[in-house]
Design a binder for this molecule. Sequence first.
Ligand code: MRU
Length: 319
Amino acid sequence: MAVAALRWLGDRLELLDQRLLPGETAYVTCRSAQDVARAIRDMVVRGAPAIGCAAAFGVVLDRGGAAAYDLLAASRPTAVNLFWALERMRRAGGTETEARAIFDEDLAANLAMGAHGAALVPQGARILTHCNAGALATAGHGTALGVVRSAKDKGISVIACETRPYLQGARLTAWECAQEGIACTLVTDNMAGHLMSRGEVDLVIVGADRIAANGDAANKIGTYTLAVLARRHGLPFYVAAPLSTYDFVIADGSAIPIEERPAAEVTGYRGERWAPEGVRVRNPAFDVTPAELISALICEKGIVTGPNRERLARLAPPA
Ligand code: MRU
C-alpha cells in the first residue's frame, strides 16, 4: 500500500503523524492505550475507521485492561467507529486477533465499497470531495476516496475542497491523490458553488463519521453545505461509509454528538494568528447532512439509493 496510516508491530502501534503531512512523513510509536488515546485526541491519526482500528490496537497494548476502554472512549466523540471497535474488543476479551480482524475487515469493506461505488461513477467524471476519506482515514484504500481509486481507470479527476479549518483536503487528500497518480485540483471550500454553477462538477462523494438509523450522516464541517449545493445544481451526492460507521441506536442526526474543537484552529494556523484577540469563536468539527439530501449511501453490502429508515433497517445487524 502506498499510504499506510497504521502499522501494527505486535508490541507497538506506529501511526503516521498526519499533523505533519504533506511536509514530513514520520511515524509516532504508541506502546499503551494512553499513547493511542493521546494520538487520537491530538489528530496524529484521524478519520472514523482509522480511529476505530487504532483504538482496537490500543486495547491490545494494555492487554485488554478495563481502564484502556475509558481512556480511548474519551478521546473523540463523533466517529461511532471508535465506540463500535471498543465494544467489539470488549466482547472478544480485548484480543490481538480481534484487533487484527477489525483492521482486516475495514480494508476488505473499503475494497468492496470501491467496487460498488465505482459503478456509480461515469467515465471522465469530475468528482468533488471534502475532508479526507482516503487510505489515511482507514485501514487502507479509503471510503469516498476508495471509490475514486476504484474508478481511476475511468479517467476521473478529483476536486478536493480545502476543508477549513483543519485543512484535511489541502494537506491530506491532495497529498494522497499525488501519491496515487490521481488528477486533483485543490479549491477553497467557498468555491464549490461557483464550480457547480459552471458545470465543472459531475458528482460529490464524501465519507461519514456517524450515520443515524434514518440515514442522516455526520461528516466533516462543510459537508452539509455541499449537499445543499449539490441538490440546487441537480448533482448526485454520495456518502461512502462501512457499516461500522452506522449507529442504528440513534433515530436521526439530531442525536449525533458534534465535537467542538479549539478556537485557535479558527483564529489562526500553526501559531500564526489572524483574528483579533478576544473575538468569540465557534468551531464545530462536524455537521449533519439530512438523509433527504443524500442520493445514495455506499457500504460494503452495496448501494442504498434514497436512504431512509426502512431501507437502512435492512442493513442493521440482527437484534
Ligand atoms: O476530524 P477528522 O479528520 O477525523 O474528520 C474526518 C472526516 O470527517 C472523514 O470524512 C470521515 O471520518 C470519514 S473517513 C473515511
